[in-house]
Design a protein around this ligand. Structure first.
Ligand code: FMN
Length: 197
């Protein structure tokens, strides 16, 4: 399989960047090819503008979107890596999704979140989070994220099956971080096998 990782972090030495690297190393171990859309390094513009409302294929802004769409088209599986910011995705990932998954390219209706124009692609979200896992569970944050992202958003884009891996305690001890990086590696290694929980 060809696996596309979408990384959202401005610091190449961040924990999130290390998560993306470990994920891709795991995927390569299993014989997959990998590609990384490093959104900050590549200077992706995440702001939805007038040119996104009635896209003109000749508008220069569309070239960047087509590049991203071509990446998705050639991918058999997707992995999003972004840190949890205010119980959601950071603006870069949000804007990438707003702009790249265009109406009539990725989806063309709003009644069925599992009907996409794109082929089904196994998709994992590796999301470093500062909180502890018990806090995420007991306060309902995990289920809120799963409702918004998995009962809604991602299905419209053919991200099926989909898996959310919250990497809790990402600001914790070295031991904790090593455990989370091992999870990232294992997730990459198993990307061809996973089924939805
Ligand atoms: C602006 C901002 C918002 C954050 N919001 C949350 C949050 O809502 N929940 C949480 O668990 N951690 C939150 N954090 C902590 C980050 O998730 C954590 O710093 C990050 O995952 C560490 O990864 P990094 O070293 O790659 O940045 C936030 C951090 C920042 C900077």
């Amino acid at each position: 399989m060809h696996v596309l990782t979408i990384l959202d972090h401005p610091n190449p030495n961040s924990f999130s960047a290390a998560v993306a690297q470990r994920f891709m190393a795991g995927a390569k171990t299993a014989g997959h090819t990998t590609e990384c859309a490093d959104l900050h390094a590549e200077g992706f513009d995440p702001v939805w503008r007038q040119s996104d409302i009635t896209p003109d294929p000749d508008h220069p802004a569309q070239a960047a979107l087509h590049r991203e769409q071509n990446r998705i088209t050639r991918a058999d599986a997707l992995c999003f890596v972004f840190p949890l910011y205010w119980w959601g995705m950071p603006a870069m990932t949000k804007g990438w999704m707003d702009r790249v998954f265009q109406w009539d390219w990725a989806y063309n209706q709003l009644s069925d979140p599992n009907a996409s124009l794109l082929k089904p692609r196994p998709t994992v979200l590796l999301v470093p989070a500062g909180s502890r896992s018990d806090e995420l569970e007991t306060k309902g944050y995990r289920s809120a994220l799963e409702t918004i992202w998995f009962k809604g958003t991602f299905g419209y884009f053919g991200c099926t099956p989909r898996k959310l891996e919250l990497l809790c305690g990402a600001k914790g001890s070295d031991d904790r971080r090593q455990t989370l990086l091992a999870t990232s590696f294992r997730t990459g290694k198993n990307i061809g096998k996973f089924i939805q929980d």
